[in-house]
Ligand binder design. Structure first.
Ligand SMILES: [Zn+2]
Ligand SMILES: [Zn+2]
Length: 193
């Protein structure tokens, strides 16, 4: 089956949480259902659905979707959390996370989806602005978009400038908002602007 099968064609609000579909990942069930669908579908196609076998297989044996779905089903011996997404300082999780990337995604869009999922499942591993950036772009990635690194950096800069809510209202890429007047010019600004 096509990897894109059953993915949303257009960005739209989630019927469960009301945010753009994907943005509630992973806590919103409606968002999680759609975001995880390709992983679950490819796992279901495996003849051998054994998480330990798949997670420990040499790189290249299984698709990244199956490797990630296998990790999802395993507990980390070190921290007790989801393997590769547990405690931020856990050595076992860090090793499992590093190993998963030896199985690359095939397209830039798949890589973006995978990165967003990994970041949002272990938000305490990263800076809040990075997590927010992936949360903002995930609805677009879900529909097949690829957001270039430069655009991600720009979004993150705007998030750091406190513009998350404005960016979250946009329903099309690129996610950008005009700089505030005081950022364009520091010469004529109002005292309280
Ligand atoms: Zn949702
Ligand atoms: Zn761990």
């Amino acid at each position: 089956m096509s990897w894109r099968a059953d993915r949303p064609e257009a960005v739209k609000p989630c019927a469960t949480c009301g945010e753009l579909l994907g943005r509630g990942y992973p806590s919103c069930q409606g968002c999680a259902e759609v975001v995880d669908r390709p992983l679950r579908a490819e796992w279901a196609d495996l003849p051998d659905q054994d998480p330990i076998l798949v997670a420990d297989a040499p790189p290249g044996e299984y698709r990244w979707t199956c490797v990630d779905w296998a990790l999802r089903q395993l507990r980390c011996d070190g921290c007790g959390g989801e393997l590769a997404a547990g405690a931020p300082q856990c050595v076992g999780c860090a090793a499992a996370d590093a190993a998963r990337w030896e199985v690359p995604a095939l397209t830039s869009n798949e890589h973006a989806l995978r990165t967003a999922v990994v970041v949002l499942r272990a938000p305490s591993w990263r800076r809040e602005s990075v997590v927010s950036t992936w949360r903002l772009v995930l609805p677009f990635v879900l529909t097949g978009a690829v957001v270039p690194a430069a655009e991600l950096r720009e979004i993150r800069a705007l998030v750091l400038a406190g513009r998350y809510d404005e960016l979250a209202e946009l329903e099309a890429l690129p996610l950008t908002v005009p700089l505030l007047p005081w950022r364009r010019s520091t010469v004529d600004r109002e005292p309280d602007a």
